[in-house]
Design a protein around this ligand. Structure first.
Ligand SMILES: [Zn+2]
Length: 239
C-alpha cells in the first residue's frame, strides 16, 4: 500500500471519529425533542392528505379543529364532570372554533413543537345555551361570563389550553384548569421558576400569534378582535 493511500485511510478514519461526538453533544432532552419532532413530521406527512384545507372557507366559519391537524392534545373537561361545575355540560367532547382561530392555533402550535411541546385543549367554542346552563349552576360573574353578554368562547374566539410534551405529559402550570384564585394569576410571580417559565412560554408564544390573555386565568386565551364577532349557539354532532 502506498504511503498516500495509508494517509487517506487515516484521514477518513479520523474524520469519521470526529463526526461522532457531535451527536453526543445533544442533551438527553434535546434528543427527546428531536425524536418527538421526527415523529410529528412523519405523522404530518402521512396524515396531510386526509386533512381539510382552508380553501373556500371564510375566516369566520366554524370548523372542527381536529379536521385540520392531529398535532394537538385534548381533555375537554366540560364533556366530563371533572370541572368546577362538577357537571357534564357537553354531550360529547369536541373542539370547534372559527377558521381564523384555527389558523392562529396551527401557527402557534408549530412554534411550540420546536420547543418540544404542543397545545392541549380544555375548552374551545362553547354554545351560548351551555353558557346559560353554566350560569344557572354558578351565577357569579367572577367565574362565569353572563350569558346575555356572552363569553368570547361563545363567539368562537377563546380557548382554554395548557402545554404537554410531544408524548403528552402535562407541563406544570401551578394549578389545575379552572382554579379560581391568586395562584392562577399571570401576575403572581411567587411561584417556582419552572412554573413561571412554562407560563411564560405559553403566554409569549400565544401573544406572538395574535392571542391575548386574562390576568386571572393562565389557561384562557382570546384571539384579537374576536369580541366583535356575534355570539353563536349551534351544537356539534355527537355520534
Ligand atoms: Zn376560557
Amino acid at each position: 500500500m502506498s504511503k498516500i493511500l495509508i494517509f487517506v485511510i487515516f484521514l477518513t478514519a479520523f474524520a469519521a471519529c470526529k463526526e461522532k461526538p457531535r451527536q453526543e453533544i445533544l442533551t438527553e432532552k434535546e434528543q427527546e425533542v428531536d425524536k418527538g419532532l421526527d415523529n410529528v413530521h412523519q405523522k404530518k406527512r402521512e396524515a396531510k392528505k386526509n386533512f381539510r384545507t382552508f380553501e373556500n372557507l371564510a375566516d369566520t366559519t366554524f370548523v372542527r379543529l381536529a379536521d385540520f391537524s392531529d398535532g394537538f392534545a385534548f381533555d375537554m373537561r366540560y364533556a366530563t364532570d371533572n370541572n368546577f361545575l362538577k357537571e357534564k355540560v357537553y354531550d360529547c367532547a369536541e373542539c370547534y372554533t372559527r377558521v381564523k382561530t384555527v389558523k392562529a392555533l396551527l401557527a402557534a402550535n408549530e412554534e411550540f413543537e420546536k420547543n418540544g411541546v404542543k397545545i392541549k385543549f380544555y375548552d374551545c367554542y362553547r354554545p351560548n345555551s351551555v353558557q346559560y346552563k353554566m350560569w344557572e349552576i354558578v351565577p357569579n360573574p367572577q367565574y362565569v361570563a353572563n350569558p346575555v353578554k356572552g363569553s368570547i368562547h361563545n363567539k368562537g374566539g377563546a380557548v382554554d389550553i395548557t402545554l404537554v410534551t410531544l408524548e403528552g405529559k402535562e407541563l406544570d402550570m401551578g394549578t389545575d384548569f379552572d382554579f379560581f384564585g391568586k395562584r392562577a394569576y399571570h401576575d403572581n410571580f411567587d411561584l417556582p421558576q419552572e412554573i413561571l417559565d412554562n407560563r411564560k412560554l405559553l403566554k409569549e408564544t400565544m401573544e406572538k400569534h395574535g392571542f391575548w390573555s386574562m390576568r386571572t386565568e393562565w389557561w384562557h386565551y382570546n384571539l384579537q378582535g374576536a369580541h366583535k364577532d356575534p355570539i353563536a349557539n349551534f351544537k356539534w354532532e355527537c355520534e
